[in-house]
Write a protein that binds this ligand. Structure first.
Ligand code: NAP
Length: 299
């Protein structure tokens, strides 16, 4: 029995594939092999022997989504509904990833799972629509909301900062705060959710038992909370320490109003995670050692 991962070439999908082992038998699919917008692909891969599905595939281009509303909703909304439906046919447990962008960022404190969603952009709206389908899902499931993901592949803020490092000066937004979340840590959390401390190969039954009664939406927090500007300062300081860059560009803090983007973004992306601690014994992540590992590997 294997755990099937969609979006296997993405940040979280790649990290999950990297954790594959006997106790965590993951098979990750690239888009060519499993396109989530084609219902026939879900029907082709999910069957009675599937231990669980982890949906890491998504439309994630936040700014482009403003011009590609139909595509964003086809992947983040309709395809999620289809995955749930196919999993329901076999009673397959499903882990799905969601985002802090389902909130508008105006709350003074960290967002809890019970807070009403109020996305300010198309991407957030399409992800919130996807989350809604789980309200009536008749399968063991976890919707894991994460924020500010960085990983070893693809585009992330860390990759962008390193690419821009040769510049003399960089302006970085300092009025959006959140917890940068390593893709590898997300993968480890998903492994804990699905198999915990199991020492035997998981089955659909053992995973379903773990999720039964615990199905729902969960927030994953990563600490310490920083602004993009503070995150950039840390990235450059650590990148120079590990010899990834030779010199640090001069960093200038600016408000979001001076960095116009097609999509509005929430100013507060902080997620509170009491629920995940209570249900699965998972504590908030400290992103700093993961950043160091990432930079050490890039050196
Ligand atoms: N990145 C963030 O900062 C962030 C923040 C909060 C939440 N999240 C959520 O976390 C999850 C994983 O994000 P990520 O950062 O790993 O995303 P990512 O790196 O952008 O990866 C997205 C994956 O989805 C695949 N994909 C796109 N369209 C597809 C389709 N039609 N069928 C199958 N696969 C398709 C992509 O394949 P290709 O490589 O072929 O395009 C890629 O493998 C998503 O649900 C996202 O909404 C991300």
């Amino acid at each position: 029995m294997t755990i099937l991962v969609t979006g296997g070439s993405g940040q979280v999908g790649t990290a999950l594939a990297g954790l594959a082992e006997r106790i965590f038998p993951v098979v990750a699919f690239a888009r060519d092999d499993w396109d989530i917008s084609r219902s026939s692909d879900a029907a082709r891969w999910i069957n009675a022997d599937t231990a669980a599905v982890v949906n890491c595939a998504a439309y994630t281009a936040v700014d482009h989504a403003e011009d590609e509303r139909d595509l964003a909703f086809a992947l983040n909304d309709a395809a999620t509904a289809n995955l749930i439906e196919t999993c329901e046919r076999f009673g397959t447990p499903l882990v799905h990833l969601s985002t802090d962008y389902v909130f508008d960022g105006t709350k003074p404190g960290a967002y809890v799972e019970e807070d009403a969603v109020c996305p300010v952009g198309v991407y957030g709206q399409s992800k919130a629509a996807g989350d809604m389908h789980f309200a009536n899902a008749d399968i063991p499931h976890v919707v894991l909301r994460v924020a500010w993901v960085f990983g070893s592949v693809g585009r992330s803020f860390v990759e962008t900062m390193l690419r821009l490092a040769p510049r003399d000066e960089l302006t970085v937004v300092n009025d959006q705060i959140g917890g940068p979340t390593p893709a590898r840590a997300i993968a480890e959390v998903i492994r804990t959710i699905l198999v915990g401390r199991e020492t035997h190969e998981p089955t659909k039954h053992t995973i379903a038992e773990r999720l039964r009664g615990a199905s729902g939406v969960y927030h994953l927090a990563s600490e310490p909370t920083v602004s993009w500007f503070e995150f950039a300062e840390t990235i450059f300081e650590r990148a120079r320490y590990f010899g990834v860059i030779e010199r640090v560009p001069r960093l200038l803090p600016i408000p979001s109003s001076e960095y116009p983007t097609k999509a509005r973004r929430p100013n507060n992306s902080r997620l509170a995670m009491k629920k995940l601690e209570l249900a699965f014994g998972i504590h908030p992540i400290d992103w700093r050692p993961y950043l160091d590992d990432f930079l050490r590997e890039s050196a």
